[in-house]
Structures are given as structure tokens and as C-alpha cells.
Design a protein around this ligand. Structure first.
Ligand SMILES: [Zn+2]
Length: 566
């Protein structure tokens, strides 16, 4: 982007006729402005909104410093031989105008795509004429100059020294669940143990989703920026989005699944008989959280949600769905004995759509909460920009509350995406959509749960469920047989036939919070039995392997919280 910036006593322009097919509508009227900063602007190929914002910001700052009150934006193609094609150029120009209008200055914009009569009276001071060049390539060069070989200084884990013992980051390190690496700030490296938690939690909600009639979809991480213009995210959520410039386009990494789910809905025709339609997904999402807000698993930049969108035809259907979603929340949080608080967030200042629909949606959420006998408090003006929401907050080990489940009722996005279904009357109608997550961010949920149980996950979640331990080497062969058999039955087991003392082996398994130890010595080998020791220290001798297996398998498949064998 090239800009010629002029400090003028006066500028007069008058649109005479459209110069190109792509042009803004305007009146053929003379505009006269006194004492203004004029920006003659050529938009070049690969220019981005980020560059445009920067150009506007610089001009506004310059005007502020020099006590100027008016900026005139003026499309001017003659500063560059590398011009952007007209449509995109006009879009970016209009974006600049909008950005400039956010300042307190008076903004005048000459129309794009017109031949104009022009006269200028430029001031005589040294900074009255400045030329500025904004280019997207500067950053790329800097990266290319960087290291090509792995520099050991970048392979650095985040340091959690000094955190309390109860913090999920300390427990996570001890149980080898995950790490944070400095090359990916705010993003989780899941180790095998932590990845088991992620997978088991997903499989639990997947089963619940299927019971409640949800179908799972998956959509791309990237989408052209136009999608986010339609959804309104660019206007309301841009500061949290990662926008990526390619040769021809601007792409954004998805911070939410809603827009792409709208596209899946839109890809076929629906009838009122198909409703409600329930789409779930587990795609990774990307949100540019400021680094000061990052906090272990509680707030990350790359996250996984148990997201879902339910499309309904009528308000009655919406209410029914809200009631069953709240029922899912109760079941799921009950499973983990988690205490939660419901909060109803109302219309924010920056919102889409008319206030009557907002009121209707807010009331529907209230009714569903009341019908579920759930107490709630009101958070004024904290709804999403497209609809009111119910949030469920859970406490961490030091009493901070973290928002986990969220349910939003939305009349706006379906309208913006032109979604339709054929009603009973044969006519086309717009559905209502309910956005919902129950765990919320799986990362955050695992953080909260880890602190809640202090690493003692119920058996169905525990990364290692059983450790087979020998008292002496006489039992090694028998132990290997037991270990193989329980692994074959799908139990996550480990074998410890090292020559460490029994006490040491038990202590190690306890530190790892492994639910069961099978302790095998001479007596067990001879009687073809096992001794079972739970992590709470209770021991049961003379158990047959089949008894143990049938008991642990039902504990796991029923996702029991308490240990069955104690
Ligand atoms: Zn959504």
C-alpha cells in the first residue's frame, strides 16, 4: 500500500463520472474541506486489513500529534504499478474508511472508482508532504533470516516452579500428562498420558451425544476471510483471530465452529420434519488470547471443544432442546461431582439483530433453567454478540471460577447465512440455532478436573489403570502372563518386574495415582491368585484374575467414580 500524505489548507474535489465498473455510488457534488490531512491511497496486491489498519492508525496518530481534526481519504491509483484488482481494492478502501471512523476525527472519504476534478492547497512546512509505503513482505524476510537448524535454546519447556502443589500444571508434570513449550505459547503438547484423558472425555460425551440424537461433523481449520465477514466475527471478534495472508487471499484460523457448521447445514435442503438437526464436532479452535491472560490449561490459544449446534424450527422445539441440553450438563457434571454455578448473560452493547428477538431468546433460556430447577444469576451485557447465553462456572483448587459449559440461543447467524427449511405450510422459513458446549474447552475442563481430583482420576479416565508388581523374581513369569491377559482385555496396564523393593514399587505407583496394583509373590504364584491393592492403600488377597477383570471392566464401562475393589 502506498500513501501520499498531505497537510492541506484546503482540498476540493468533485466526482465527474465513474472511471471503472467497480465503483461506489455517490453524488456528483463538489466537496470542499479546510485544514485536513489528505491520504492519497493506492492499494496494492497482497495488501491486508492488518496493513490497512496500520496505515490508518499512523495517520490518526500523526493528525493527533499535529492537532488536526479532519482526515480525507482519497483513492488514488497513480502511486503504484502493482495495483490490487478493483473489487478487493474497493473492499479494503471501505475497510480503511470504517477503521478511520472509529477515531474521534472527522473523516471524509472520496468515492472509489470515479474520475474527479481536484484542487489542492498544500501547507508549507517540512512535514506537509510525506510518502508512506506499507508492505506485507517485511515480516517474511525476518523469518527467513532465522535459524534453519534446531537451536537447543528453543526446545524449552515452560517453567512452573513456584506454583502450589495443587496446581494442575504441577500435577500434570508429575503424572506426565502434558507440557507447554516456549515455541508454541498458550498451546498444549499432550503426552500419551494426557492424551488418554482427552480421548476418554471425548468418548464419554460422544456416547451422550449419540444418546441425544447428535451427529458428528468435521470442518476445515482455515476459511477465507469472507466467511468471517458474513458471520460478523470480523466486526466483533477480530482482535482474537489469527488472520493469515496468502498470495491471493486472506484466511483466518477458526476461533469458533459456528460459521462452518452453518455451511454444512446450507449444503442441502431441509424440511420441518427433519428438525431438530443436531451437529456436533471436536475440531481444534484458535484464539489469539493476550499472553498475560494465558494460564496453563485454563486459558489457551489452541483449544478443543465438545461443540454442537442444534437447528430447530419453532420456539417450542428450542425450549425442549434447551431443557435436554441442561439435562446433559447436569448428568455430565454430576458424573464428576463438580459443583457448578449457572449464569445467564444478557445482550452486550456490541450485538447483532433487533432487541425483541434478544428478549425472546433471553426468556427462553430463563424458562429452561427454571424447568430444570437450576438456580442462576444474571450477568448483564455479557452475552455473545449474536445471542444471550447460559454459562456454567466451575471452581479450581484455589477457588477461581472458570467458565466451562455454554449454551446460546441465536436468531442472528441463521439469518445472516440465509438458512432455510420448508415449513408445514410449504413455504421457506429461517431456523433458530442453539450453540452449546458442555465440557467447554476440553483443555480447561481437564485443568479443572485435575485439580478437583488432585490427579486421582477415576479408573475409567486414569492414564494407567493397573500396575502389575512383583515381590521377587520368582513371580516374574506369572506376572508377565497376568499383565498380558489384562492388556488383552483392553485395560491400560504396566508391568514392574524390576528388582526394587516392594515398598518402593508401591510408593511409585501411588505417586502416579494408579488406581490398582496387582501384587504378586510366591503365594500368589502357587495359588494362581492375585493380591489387589487400591491406591487408597486397601488390600485384598486371594482374588482370582477373572474376578478382578470382571469387576474392573464394569467399573470402567459404567464410568464409575468410586473404586469397586477396595
Ligand atoms: Zn457456535
Amino acid at each position: 500500500m502506498r500513501i501520499m500524505q498531505l497537510d492541506v489548507n484546503s482540498i476540493d474535489f468533485e466526482p465527474t463520472e465513474p472511471e471503472i465498473k467497480v465503483h461506489e455510488s455517490t453524488e456528483k457534488k463538489k466537496v470542499s474541506v479546510k485544514n485536513a490531512l489528505v491520504l492519497f491511497t493506492s492499494i496494492e496486491k497482497n495488501d491486508t486489513e492488518a496493513l490497512a489498519s496500520k496505515a490508518v492508525k499512523d495517520a490518526v496518530e500523526f493528525a493527533g500529534k499535529n492537532k488536526m481534526t479532519t482526515i480525507v481519504l482519497y483513492p488514488y491509483a497513480h502511486l503504484s504499478s502493482n495495483l490490487e484488482e478493483p473489487q478487493r481494492s474497493m473492499n479494503l478502501y471501505q475497510y480503511m474508511v470504517k477503521e478511520a471512523q472509529k477515531s474521534k476525527l472527522k473523516i471524509i472519504a472520496a468515492p472509489f472508482g470515479w474520475t474527479k476534478a481536484l484542487s489542492l492547497d498544500i501547507k508549507g512546512h517540512p512535514l506537509a508532504e510525506l510518502s508512506r509505503n506499507y508492505s506485507a513482505t517485511a515480516k517474511v524476510e525476518k523469518v527467513q533470516k532465522g535459524a534453519r537448524k534446531l537451536d537447543t535454546s528453543i526446545v524449552k519447556k515452560s517453567d512452573f516452579a513456584g506454583l502450589p502443589e495443587t496446581d494442575h500444571r504441577i500435577i500434570g508434570e508429575r503424572l506426565n500428562l502434558f507440557s507447554f513449550q516456549e515455541v508454541s505459547p498458550g498451546m498444549v503438547y499432550w503426552h500419551p498420558n494426557g492424551n488418554i484423558l482427552l480421548k476418554e472425555l471425548m468418548s464419554y460425551i460422544r456416547q451422550m451425544n449419540s444418546d441425544y440424537g447428535y451427529e458428528e461433523i468435521a470442518t476445515p481449520a482455515f476459511a477465507n476471510i469472507v466467511l468471517w465477514h458474513v458471520s460478523g466475527h470480523i466486526d466483533h471478534y477480530r482482535e482474537n483471530m489469527y488472520v493469515i495472508n496468502t498470495d491471493n487471499d486472506e484466511l483466518a484460523l477458526k476461533p469458533m465452529n459456528c460459521p462452518s457448521t452453518m455451511l454444512v447445514y446450507k449444503s442441502r435442503k431441509w424440511s420441518y420434519r427433519d428438525m431438530p438437526i443436531r451437529f456436533s464436532d471436536f475440531d481444534k479452535l484458535y484464539r489469539n488470547e493476550i499472553s498475560g491472560a494465558l494460564s496453563g490449561l485454563f486459558r489457551v490459544r489452541e483449544l478443543t471443544q465438545d461443540d454442537a449446534h442444534v437447528f430447530v424450527a419453532t420456539d417450542e422445539q428450542a425450549e425442549q432442546e434447551l431443557i435436554s441440553i441442561l439435562e446433559m450438563v447436569k448428568k455430565l457434571y454430576g458424573k464428576f461431582n463438580l459443583e457448578y454455578k449457572a449464569k445467564l448473560s444478557t445482550m452486550p452493547d456490541s450485538h447483532l439483530g433487533d432487541e425483541k428477538l434478544w428478549e425472546k431468546a433471553t426468556n427462553a433460556l430463563k424458562t429452561a433453567l427454571k424447568k430444570n430447577g437450576m438456580e442462576f444469576e444474571i450477568k448483564e451485557k455479557e452475552g455473545a454478540f449474536y445471542g444471550p447465553k447460559i454459562d456454567f462456572d466451575i471452581k479450581d483448587s484455589i477457588g477461581r471460577e472458570w467458565q466451562c459449559a455454554t449454551i446460546q440461543l441465536d436468531y442472528q447467524l441463521p439469518q445472516r447465512f440465509g438458512l432455510e427449511y420448508t415449513g408445514e405450510d410449504g413455504k421457506q422459513h429461517t431456523p433458530i440455532v442453539i450453540h452449546r458446549v458442555i465440557y467447554g474447552s476440553l483443555e480447561r475442563f481437564i485443568g479443572v478436573l485435575t485439580e478437583h481430583v488432585q490427579g486421582k482420576f477415576p479408573t475409567w479416565l486414569a492414564p494407567v489403570q493397573v500396575r502389575v508388581i512383583t515381590i521377587s523374581e520368582h513371580a516374574n513369569k506369572y506376572a508377565e502372563g497376568v499383565y498380558k491377559k489384562i492388556r488383552k482385555d483392553g485395560i491400560r496396564a504396566e508391568l514392574d518386574i524390576s528388582d526394587k523393593t516392594l515398598d518402593y514399587k508401591i510408593r511409585e505407583a501411588q505417586n502416579q495415582k494408579i488406581p490398582y496394583m496387582l501384587i504378586l509373590g510366591k503365594k500368589e504364584v502357587e495359588g494362581e491368585k492375585i493380591s489387589v491393592r487400591s491406591r487408597s492403600g486397601k488390600q485384598k488377597m486371594g482374588v482370582t484374575l477373572d474376578e478382578f477383570l470382571s469387576s474392573i471392566k464394569s467399573e470402567i464401562s459404567e464410568r464409575k467414580n468410586e473404586q469397586l475393589i477396595t
